[in-house]
Design a protein around this ligand. Structure first.
Ligand SMILES: Nc1ncnc2c1ncn2[C@@H]1O[C@H](COP(=O)(O)OP(=O)(O)OP(=O)(O)O)[C@@H](O)[C@H]1O
Length: 303
């Protein structure tokens, strides 16, 4: 694999469960050496994508490559270069931490004890403790430390901080961000927590109902969404006629609009519909992504 080979590539990747498309003609390229965040509403297809990439599921159509290899032809050596952490932090509960480390060290040729020690330094975990005795946050820490110490080329983190408190979340993110491993590996980070995405991601990938809706640095996506407030004595334009509309609210006689891909011409549009004054402001990534995803959310079909 050359330095420029995408770490993950999919072409027309589709997976159908009955009449539901979990992945729908997904074309994705993830370059090496960055932290890519994948976001999408529940059911958008994120876990399905990971299961295909790891070779656990076969697509209905299309193909996927991981580290330059077809995902259905990964060798044990390829798998040794891929780390995977999900929210369950499944580790052998009966083992002591030191036994787990000894086992991993034997199994992974690239094991780097200094990386393990550095990452676990963010946690108060004793080598003699059994995995079953660890708190959820500590188990997440051991899981991350073990995965980073294996020095993977690709590390997939699927909602790794789910169920962790604020302190444990912070420890997890700091351990991840300040680890030397992440300088040399590609991380795919999947989360619903936009504050985490904002902190870690170089690249933002938005999935909606199994299809790719956007990919760019997070700030570029944030810049696509703006918040407008218009003072409008009348009813205002029909929402279906408002370009790029994601959300509309009327608060104290002011009309609030969240819109996608609208430049200053949007002020003119509002003025033409009776706005006496208009004001626009940027939004947080959380607001931008959630407004975007809420717009595409399925509504019940009217009877
Ligand atoms: N084994 C299965 N059988 C039938 N449908 C499935 C199966 N696995 C997933 N699906 C469907 O495929 C879609 C994608 O599911 P997936 O778990 O990949 O979503 P997700 O983006 O990971 O969601 P979440 O954020 O809730 O974890 C969903 O609509 C889900 O109902």
């Amino acid at each position: 694999m050359s330095n420029h080979t995408p770490v993950i590539r999919t072409e027309g990747l589709s997976l159908r469960f009955g009449d539901k498309m979990a992945l729908d003609n997904l074309n994705l390229i993830m370059d090496p050496g960055a932290i890519h965040a994948i976001v999408g509403a529940n059911g958008a297809g994120k876990s399905t994508l990971f299961r295909i990439l790891l070779g656990f599921l076969q697509p209905t159509a299309g193909r996927a490559w991981v580290l330059g290899r077809a995902s259905d032809a990964l060798t044990p050596a390829d798998r040794g270069l891929i780390g995977f952490v999900n929210e369950e932090h499944t580790l052998p509960s009966w083992m002591r931490v030191e036994q787990l480390i000894a086992m991993q060290r034997q199994h992974y040729a690239n094991w780097d004890q200094a990386i393990y020690d550095e990452v676990i330094g963010h946690y108060d975990v004793r080598a003699r403790q059994r995995i079953s005795e660890l708190s959820r946050g500590e188990r997440a820490g051991v899981n991350l430390a073990v995965n980073l110490a294996q020095q993977p080329k690709l590390l997939i983190l699927d909602e790794p901080t789910l169920g962790l408190d604020v302190v444990a979340k912070r420890a997890f993110l700091e351990a991840l961000l300040y680890s030397n491993t992440t300088q040399s590996c590609t991380v795919v980070y999947c989360s619903h927590q936009m504050d985490e995405i904002e902190r870690v991601a170089d690249n933002l990938v938005i999935l909606e109902r199994g299809a790719l809706r956007h990919t760019s640095p997070p700030d570029d996506f944030r810049a696509r969404v703006r918040y407008w407030i218009a003072e409008m004595p009348f009813r205002g334009p029909d929402p279906s006629s408002i370009p790029g509309l994601l959300e509309v609210q009327r608060i104290d006689g002011l009309h609030h609009y969240l819109v996608l891909d609208q430049d200053d011409a949007f002020a003119l549009f509002l003025q033409q519909h009776g706005a006496r004054s208009t004001q626009s402001m940027p939004v947080s990534l959380d607001r931008a992504v959630n407004g975007f995803l809420a717009k595409g959310h399925r509504m019940p079909v009217a009877a």
